[in-house]
Design a protein around this ligand. Structure first.
Ligand code: GRF
Length: 208
């Protein structure tokens, strides 16, 4: 059974998609052991509690320095001995120590087709603003392993979503969440839970 820790900062709709997928059998052989937020007010924490999952907040505000926060976050997660760490809208830069402690065991969802509209500064609505400003006809979402770069780790799954006439960043964001993010994040977790995802030469190979 794959033990998962989910890190969140906000609404937690991706967390909800994972929880729902575990209930309806789209994800098997996996369980969420804890949900951690950097933000005490995150609605994602409520979603975890409602699902009977341990929910905790570790905020930078509780620590004198960023280094101490990073250390506390890492130690807390290490104590949980997860097999997989899922970043589901976690708005905190993951310290290199954590990436080294969990190589190819941290996954993230990014709301574009990487390598478009990703990297430093591309988060939240900014991703969709940039896509609309460029006039792309297709955007989408990507689930990838986290390495020491920003959105540079091996790509696990991607799903395209059509841009429509008159889209605002908010409308496009919502469509990408519904049609891509909430589908491919649970799918990626299920594939990992069944040992089907392999990283070779910096690329992901998925068993049939
Ligand atoms: C999503 O758009 C995700 O792609 C990005 O942060 C957002 C999280 O939303 N990384 P939610 O908290 O899962 O609702």
């Amino acid at each position: 059974m794959l033990k998962i820790v989910v890190l969140v900062s906000g609404g937690g709709t991706n967390l909800q998609a994972i929880i729902d997928s575990m209930k309806d059998g789209r994800i098997t052989n996996a369980e969420i052991t804890a949900v951690i937020s950097n933000n005490a007010g995150a609605y994602a924490l409520k979603r975890a509690e409602e699902a009977g999952i341990r929910a905790l907040c570790i905020s930078p505000k509780q620590f004198e320095t960023r280094a101490l926060f990073n250390e506390a976050l890492l130690e807390t997660i290490k104590d949980m001995t997860p097999d997989l760490i899922v970043l589901a809208g976690f708005m905190v830069v993951i310290p290199p120590e954590m990436i080294r402690a969990f190589p190819n065991k941290i996954i993230n969802i990014h709301p574009s087709l990487i390598p478009a509209f990703c990297g430093t500064g591309y988060y939240g609505l900014r991703v969709h603003e940039a896509a609309l400003a460029r006039g792309v006809k297709i955007s989408g979402a990507t689930v990838h392993f986290v390495d020491e770069g920003t959105d540079t780790g091996p790509i696990i799954l991607q799903k395209p979503v059509a841009v429509q006439e008159g889209d605002t960043p908010e409308v496009l964001q919502k469509r990408i969440m519904q049609e891509a993010e909430w589908q491919i994040m649970p799918k990626a977790i299920d594939l990992i839970a069944h040992g089907k995802v392999h990283v070779e030469d910096g690329k992901v190979r998925i068993d049939d």
